[in-house]
Design a protein around this ligand. Structure first.
Ligand code: SF4
Ligand code: SF4
Length: 391
């Protein structure tokens, strides 16, 4: 009995030191939660997994979801978790024209290392408390349900766009954790929610938010342009607009984000590269241009595939020479997406190129894309429509 109050005050004092240090090293928000399993999130995510909402993300298995719902899998005997949020990305309006869009979180160098570096000092503070102390850092590796941790830590709440919203920086935050067997006084969860707002659901270009807080990854532009290694479904391509890596629409329209204080952050990539440039990149150029950034996750062919779709949506004559080259690429997926884009851009040159390549195309799926593209381009031509920028 006599030890309980002192244990508690120790846990409170240590929690305060940890939070002070986390804020000192630049995290926008920090909170502490107990290490109990995320039961509700485990149940919900397994239901979504069964409903095929994560189809295509082969790494996101039911076993992995179970693992990430219990932090004691990372640190046996875990008692507490420190959850941190790092604000990112100054806003910039899309200039329009034949430029692709890259999601804001990818504008600077890959954030994993930066969050880890900042967390190491906080972790060492915990390790110094006793010789038995254990602590592990986790940053977006799917080993911890980081959104669930942020919500239980009391500095964020779930938006209907499935993002964690924070009071100061909205959803423009990157999350990380320290899991430890040291007892820290936990914070209280917030009692905040979206209310009657449905802006993100209404404005999602592909209808991917199928219920509040539920994203069908198969329709989500972020998944389609980053994780997806397959063809982008034809029915969704127009919805991609100019996005070539990720999508920020459900965050840009969120009223909580309109008041967000944003970090300045250095730029490692052009947020709006010219599509013609991306379409013509060589693989060494791609690696040099995007190394140490999250854009590498899309892969060389994935980024070019995405640029084809964006070119079909917002491109014109300037992109046709590069698309014509891709129409004879060794990769059928790139040939197919280039054909689609040329059909969308239309015009006599595009029709002639599609006809010529269609006659020799060995791949059935690409032949189908060429046939569909010709239908679209001819019907446009029949109506006298000429895509913007096309002579
Ligand atoms: Fe929809 Fe884009 Fe949000 Fe995905 S990231 S849910 S596509 S608005
Ligand atoms: Fe919630 Fe509205 Fe923001 Fe969607 S747009 S996350 S509903 S506040």
């Amino acid at each position: 009995m006599s030890r309980a109050p002192s244990d508690r005050s120790l846990a409170r004092e240590l929690a305060e030191r940890v939070k002070t240090e986390a804020l000192r090293v630049g995290f926008h928000a920090v909170g502490i939660l107990d290490a109990m399993p995320f039961e509700r999130e485990r149940r919900v995510s397994l239901e979504r997994h069964s409903a095929q909402y994560f189809t295509g993300m082969s790494w996101l298995t039911a076993d992995r979801l179970r693992f990430s719902s219990d932090v004691s899998n990372l640190v046996p005997g875990a008692r507490s978790v420190v959850s941190v949020a790092l604000a990112y990305g100054s806003p910039r309006e899309w200039e329009g024209g034949a430029r692709g869009r890259i999601a804001r979180y990818a504008w600077s160098t890959d954030y994993h290392a930066e969050i880890k570096t900042r967390l190491v000092g906080v972790r060492d503070l915990l390790l110094a408390t006793s010789t038995d102390a254990a602590a592990a850092v986790s940053v977006d590796t799917g080993r911890v349900m980081d959104r669930a941790a942020a919500v239980r830590a009391g500095y964020g709440w779930y938006g209907k766009n499935a993002m964690v919203l924070t009071a100061g920086a909205g959803s423009w935050v990157l999350l990380g954790e320290i899991i430890t067997n040291v007892r820290l006084e936990p914070d209280e969860p917030l009692l905040t929610w979206c209310g009657s707002c449905t802006r993100c659901m209404d404005m999602c270009p592909t209808g991917a938010i199928v219920a509040p807080g539920t994203i069908d990854a198969r329709r989500c532009i972020s998944y389609l342009t980053i994780e997806n290694r397959d063809w982008i479904p034809r029915a969704l391509r127009r919805g991609l607009g100019a996005w070539i890596f990720g999508c920020d629409v459900c965050q840009e329209v969120c009223p909580v984000n309109s008041h967000a204080a944003l970090a300045s952050g250095s730029r490692a990539v052009d947020p709006e590269p010219r599509l013609a440039e991306i379409l013509m990149l060589s693989e060494p150029e791609y690696r040099r241009r995007f190394r140490h950034t999250a854009v590498m996750r899309a892969g060389f062919k994935g980024l070019k595939r995405n640029a084809c779709v964006a070119a079909g949506n917002v491109g014109g004559a300037e992109e046709l020479p590069a698309l014509r080259t891709l129409l004879t690429d060794a990769d059928p997926c790139l040939r197919g997406h280039a054909a689609w884009a040329m059909g969308e851009i239309g015009g006599t040159d595009a029709i002639a190129d599609l006809n010529r390549c269609g006659a020799h195309e060995p791949d059935e799926r690409v032949r189908d894309e060429i046939a569909c593209a010709l239908v679209v381009a001819r019907s446009r031509a029949g109506r006298g429509e000429i895509k913007r920028g096309h002579p």
